[in-house]
Design a protein around this ligand. Sequence first.
Ligand SMILES: [Zn+2]
Length: 148
Amino acid sequence: MINSPKMGVLMLRISHNDVEKILWHAAVCYPAECCGILAGRKLGEEYVVERVYPARNMLESSFEYRVNPEDQVRIFMDAEADGLEVVGFYHSHPLGEAYWSSLDEERSKLWPGYIFLVVSHKTGSLRAYLRKEDETVEVNVEISTFTL
Ligand SMILES: [Zn+2]
């Protein structure tokens, strides 16, 4: 089932290189969903991704993911050690479009305040959502060519 959260005012800024990296990860994991973690910083209403960390999907499923807990701990520590903040998670939809599924809605409830970036392996499109305490809003995505 597809949810359609309303578009908010927030912006997710991610570099073209990092998008390529996520799409590459989606291709490598196909036909399973890939997943990973986005680190960077929050500047007002803007989330800036400065580093993409691929992680293992412990479910190895085409329809859902769960970030391997060891990877998660290692990545959170690595990001913190480099002065970055974990701003969210990404995962792929191997067979479908980039949309916010009922499962995404359900699973994200554990992570209020985090961004969820969904990419479609099929079309290469991507959409981002901010999980809030009691709702989810869509976030504008700006892909930039800047290098950090
Ligand atoms: Zn999903």
